[in-house]
Design a protein around this ligand. Sequence first.
Ligand code: SF4
Ligand code: SF4
Ligand code: F3S
Length: 267
Amino acid sequence: MEKKQKPVVVWLEYQDCAGCSESILRASKPTIGQIVLDVVSLEYHETIMAAAGHQAEKSLHDAIKNYKGKYLVVVEGAIPLKDGGVYCTIGGKSAVDLIKEICKDAMAVIAVGNCACFGGVPAAKPNPTGAVGVMDIIKDKPVINLPGCPLNVENFTATVVYFLTFGKLPAVDKLKRPLFAYGKLIHDNCERRGHFDASEYVKAWGDKGHRQGWCLFQMGCKGPFTNHNCPTIRWNEGVSWPVMAGHPCIGCSEPKFWDNNLYAEAE
Ligand code: SF4
Ligand code: SF4
Ligand code: F3S
């Protein structure tokens, strides 16, 4: 890998909470320092770069000019289309105009987090800003989706390293998610699956089943309908994942998870 040119990356943030950036800052295999210094050449990232204002704008435009056709764009956050895109602007330009301009000469685009992939929380009903994901706007470049709320950084690193090694993006499903990370249901790798098969369910928080690690299906777990590698790759340096911690999966790697899995149940 040392012999290959490090891919130049520009990381864009639009309608987001920066949680996916927070996730990448907690990378462990490799660390964020190793990613930034050894794996990629990160030319622009609003949350972690030292530059600000016009200096930051210059970094972005220098990167896309100097590495024309040779850079990767990472997008975090949804893009609002309503009313001409006025609900998210940076440096006087709308997010929709910016993403088109910046992706025009990119090699490929990586959408990180549910917001950038499918609209996520900003697109939740009634979607007041007309928020959409990257693939609804960028049609003429390879786009790969790494959903989750937030993104699991290990899947980001694996995607970039795959691209660096093979010169193309990994195989994807119909939602443009890489099969290595989203090819299997949570339910099929869950350590509580034996309890599901034995009809041993948690029925109330803190009950005997909850204390003994039984299945969370009756507490709203969406693991049977959610494709993600959380049970195997886990989070926080592989320490745990939502179901292991006793919380149902809320399906954060699926489109419209907020409306379909949470808001609807709360009504
Ligand atoms: Fe934040 Fe979730 Fe959107 Fe990432 S996907 S920017 S964590 S709301
Ligand atoms: Fe499936 Fe969720 Fe039960 Fe695990 S806790 S077995 S993912 S329903
Ligand atoms: Fe999200 Fe479910 Fe994994 S909520 S983080 S897909 S366990």
